[in-house]
Design a protein around this ligand. Structure first.
Ligand code: C2E
Ligand code: MG
Ligand code: MG
Ligand code: MG
Length: 280
């Protein structure tokens, strides 16, 4: 490349980076005001027992609607919330809201469903975090055994020594722990014996390729078998077709979550569809 060309591409990338920085700053300042302006809501995606076809529980998923920015995906704003420390307050909002919603839902049901909440590993570092969790669960009279915290494997591993005892304390308080997006991080298998978890969630990217790649099929079958040997619950995320579901069932995967059953639902829609159904 000529000097001029090099300079051209440098300027081009520089411009791209500046645009990204500008976008992030814009998101950050909007994010700071979002809680105060009630721009967040929580939706619930059912998790279905594959054997029975009945609901087992729901995963709480955060939604953000901002006047200027429209709907912003959590994939885009959670990392910024983590970097700025806003995740602590936002995370508590998700927890309080979902506990209130699902404990109320359960009070109207014969059999309670479980609630899964995504946790950023950064939240685990907050002082008195566990005290706050226990207090919130107590306030909403929901049994900690019905609550699962989903933590993404990749982030967890970075800070393993520090985070492990905190996870153990969560388990000691009766909460369940799930390794989210399983298979996308590094050397996942060795962590299964170290981390005090009771569930793994097979990442959507694997379920996507289940029917078209025999390698992926073998991988999923192996994950289920290994999970089984550690007596873990195995959840498949991103299940979109009956064929995927049938295959997962043949591997004896326990729980499925995905558009085949439901998109993430508002509390009203969850009530309408599932309030009077049985559990698995
Ligand atoms: P995740 O925890 O792995 O959640 C599953 C994501 O897959 C959700 O995206 C869900 O809407 C989507 N999904 C479920 N079934 C299907 C399907 O059949 N097909 C397809 N294409 N997608 C499906 P969402 O809600 O956009 O959330 C993205 C990620 O943002 C989550 O991934 C999680 O890592 C993070 N997140 C969401 N809410 C929270 C929260 O309250 N706290 C934290 N820390 N992270 C959150
Ligand atoms: Mg999750
Ligand atoms: Mg996941
Ligand atoms: Mg995921």
């Amino acid at each position: 490349k000529s000097k001029a060309q090099q300079k051209g591409s440098f300027l081009f990338f520089n411009k791209l980076i500046n645009q990204q920085v500008h976008k992030d700053l814009q998101l950050e300042s909007a994010l700071r005001l979002a809680l105060k302006n009630n721009e967040f809501s929580v939706v619930y995606q059912p998790q279905i027992c594959i054997q029975s076809g009945h609901i087992n529980g729901v995963e709480a998923l955060l939604r953000w609607h901002n006047e200027q920015l429209g709907h912003v995906s959590p994939v885009d704003f959670i990392p910024i919330a983590e970097d700025t420390g806003l995740i602590h307050e936002i995370g508590m909002f998700v927890l309080e809201q979902s506990l209130a919603d699902i404990s109320d839902f359960n009070h109207h049901r014969e059999h309670p469903i479980t609630l899964s909440v995504n946790l950023s590993p950064r939240q685990l570092n907050a002082p008195k975090f566990i005290d706050k969790l226990v207090a919130a669960a107590g306030k909403h009279t929901i049994d900690s055994q019905l609550i699962t915290f989903e933590i993404t494997e990749s982030l967890l591993i970075e800070d393993l020594a520090h985070v492990s005892p905190i996870l153990q304390t969560l388990r000691d308080n009766g909460f369940n722990l799930s390794l989210d997006d399983f298979g996308t991080g590094y050397s996942s298998l060795s962590y299964l014996s170290i981390l005090p978890i009771n569930e793994i969630k097979i990442d959507r990217s694997f379920v996507d390729k289940l029917l078209t790649s025999s390698e992926t099929e073998n991988l999923i079958r192996a994950i289920v078998a290994i999970g089984e040997s550690y007596q873990l619950t195995i959840v498949a995320e991103g299940v979109e077709t009956a064929e995927q579901l049938a295959k997962l069932n043949s591997f004896q995967c326990h729980i499925a979550q995905g558009y085949y059953f439901d998109r993430p639902l508002s509390l009203t829609d969850l009530n309408n569809k599932y309030l009077t159904t049985v559990c698995c």
